[in-house]
Design a protein around this ligand. Sequence first.
Ligand code: P1T
Length: 385
Amino acid sequence: MRYETKLIHTGEEPNLKEGGTGDVVIPIHLSTTFARKEVEKPTAGYEYSRTSNPTRDALEKRLAILENAKFALAFSSGMAAETVLLLTLLKPGDHVVAFDDLYGGTKRLFKVLKQSSGIDFTYVDAREPLNVKNAIKKNTKLIWVETPTNPLMKLCDIKEISEIAKERNILTIVDNTFASPYFQKPLELGADIVVHSTTKYINGHSDSVGGAIMLNNEEIYEKLKFNQNATGAILSPFDSYLVLRGMKTLHVRMKKHEENAKKLAEFLENHPKVSKVYYPGLKSHPQYELAKKQMRGFGGMISFEIDGTLKQAKKFVESLQIFALAESLGGVESLIELPYLMTHASLTEEERKKTGIKENLIRASVGIENTEDLIEDFERAFRAI
Ligand code: P1T
């Protein structure tokens, strides 16, 4: 089976054996615990739903397919996935090299880990792999990147960075949330572990908060599974069902997200009230060639700076009628936000300045509505400012 077919069927094969019910859609197994006949023989391997659950198992099987990985785990949020991952791979005194542009919540988690466990983080502009190489210390255990980054749409060369890391026995972790696994597969480019907020494109309908880790290394997988159970950071059966359902249309949705985003990015690039557009599918993006090389498509996220003040940026986002003024991304409905005051507000003024998150920066998650409606919505908001 090819990718799109597996996205629909893996983990949900109807049970046509004696006693099976032939469900085409996997049931939501709400049972928290599983009865057994004999003490040492859990029925069908299930004991307690925190440890494993049939609906979550089905989802994890399909999540692995998404990244062409051997193993996957589903967590209660993207942040829960990141927490368990860092907890599993690091010990006090370790060092991490990270891309300087990351989701604000990820940087906030890094601060928590620094305080609680003395783990040290160095932020570098990973667009240049040499910066990553030069930041590596004796105690560096991980390289952590997003590509494209949230919110400035910077790219890094996954293959080159993974090679630098491998030579030194360092693991490369890619948060692949923005690109989606449909457009980019970091494990195939040499990364060791992929992390996702399934809240975004993978579920795709803004109705489930979740996270995922995909990887090929069995030893690390077993440790992660142990720690997932130990911490309890699991995805619920109902959310597992939602993500299984959402994922079936990932390929169809991503194509339309991209089609709309490309048109909107071109519209913005030609608009007199826009001073800068960040979209890897534009030839003017400084890393357009890298995007073409390591991505199968450019995705549905656009950031741009309006030629104006914070007040005008606020007015712009408040004047839209189709784009909802909201954090998050990756759903079928278009969303818009101001990173400076919303998704990246947990960073200090200095951190935002250093990274380039300006007051007039606007981030759009372009949905799959009618393209003309979205452009007209933007035209309306530009008229309002
Ligand atoms: O929200 P949660 O499911 O816990 O995922 C965290 C997360 C991880 N990685 C990236 C790249 C993300 O963008 C996020 C969440 N981001 C938003 C809520 C946002 O609006 O950017």
